[in-house]
Design a protein around this ligand. Structure first.
Ligand code: KG4
Ligand code: ZN
Length: 336
């Protein structure tokens, strides 16, 4: 076995996904089975339904990934699986499945932190990333600014004190009647709106803090809606969506710039589901170019949850000999 062939498995939330990755960069197959349609009618992910769906889809998704890559279990070097953070029932399906497969195949099991996976999605298309780098990780559950010194060696510089950016987008979208998941819907509707129509607050906290707070910004939208309702006015949803999206992006970009100024680091890796947002990508690209800071971001498909990013992170764990014990457990609140 000269090549390193990793099967990556992701089941932390509402996507069952598997990917086959050769030598860290050659993505031979990538299968994502999304449960969005199932959860849409409830306005969000229903944990118990999510676990049951993973149970139904895990084996077929893995089999399809193997078939498309034309590899069998005997060709694999290791199996990488998300073991946290996420929904406990969903994580357990992936962890138990991966354990069984790795044990039967007689190959190492790699336990991957989902957040690290999001960041490592960047290494799939960019092998020339140099340390140190900063990462702005913005997902449905997390908003972090992290300083990476080396593989597996990092320090959280700031994080949200309440809602994550994606969570705030999802909640506002739900209030606006835009459905789940909210981020893509807000982006879509915002195209028809005026981002200057409403002046929502930009929560920056203490002058040098790299922490975030999105819950007050979310409440500002709800208050605006409620007071208009009391006056018998109807507000334009596209204007609300565009103004809120702009407020979130402004805070994310400003905090990223503060982290760059405070550390002097010249590379920023964007990551997480909200990294798929066009306004965020374009604004960051323009602002960082002005400062000669390199921006790396995954293609949108690799920003939201996927098995490829778990395989990429798994590849680096494999190289480091960082194997998981057979007692690997799901850790819903796993941090960085
Ligand atoms: O990383 P992810 O797929 O799952 C978590 O680990 O949380 O992130 C999902 C989040 C959701 O809040 C979703 O609304 C948001 O990412 N999202 C977006 C976009 N696509 C997904 N937010 C803004 N614009 C998008 N295009
Ligand atoms: Zn995620």
């Amino acid at each position: 076995k000269d090549q390193v062939i990793i099967l990556g498995i992701e089941t932390s939330c509402d996507e069952t996904s598997a990917a086959i990755l050769v030598d860290g960069t050659d993505l031979r197959s990538h299968v994502i089975s999304s449960q969005i349609a199932t959860h849409q009618k409830y306005g969000g992910v229903v944990p118990e339904i999510a676990s049951r769906e993973h149970s139904l889809h895990l084996q077929p998704v893995v089999q399809q990934a193997l078939d498309e890559a034309k590899v069998g279990f005997s060709n694999l070097s290791a199996i990488a699986v998300t073991h946290g953070p996420g929904l406990v029932g969903s994580l357990l399906v992936g962890v138990s499945g991966a354990k069984a497969m790795a044990y039967a195949a007689g190959i190492p099991l790699l336990g991957i932190n989902h957040l690290e996976g999001h960041i490592y999605a960047n290494f799939l298309h960019h092998q020339d990333i140099e340390f140190p780098f900063l990462s702005l990780l913005v997902s449905g559950g997390h908003t972090h600014l992290i300083l990476f010194e080396a593989h597996g060696q990092y320090q959280v510089l700031g994080q949200t004190r309440d809602d994550a950016a994606g969570e705030a987008l999802d909640k506002v979208a739900r209030t606006l009647g835009l459905g789940y998941p909210g981020g893509p819907q807000i982006q879509k509707v915002a195209q028809e709106g005026d981002a200057q129509a409403f002046k929502f607050p930009r929560a920056m906290l203490e002058p040098t803090s790299l922490d975030f707070s999105f819950s007050g910004m979310k409440s500002a939208v709800l208050n605006t809606l409620n007071s208009a309702h009391m006056r018998g006015e109807t507000l334009r949803v596209p204007d609300l969506a565009a103004s809120f999206q702009q407020a979130i992006v402004d805070v994310l970009v400003r905090k990223a710039l503060m982290a760059i100024d405070q550390t002097g680091v010249k590379t920023l890796l964007l990551a997480g589901g909200v990294a798929a947002n066009r306004l965020l990508r374009e604004t960051l690209a323009q602002t960082l170019a002005e400062r000669s800071v390199r921006l790396v971001s995954p293609p949108p498909l690799f920003c939201t949850d996927n098995g490829a990013m778990i395989a990429v992170a798994g590849y680096y764990h494999y190289l480091a000999g960082d194997y998981a014990p057979w007692t690997l457990n799901a850790v819903p609140g796993l941090g960085l």
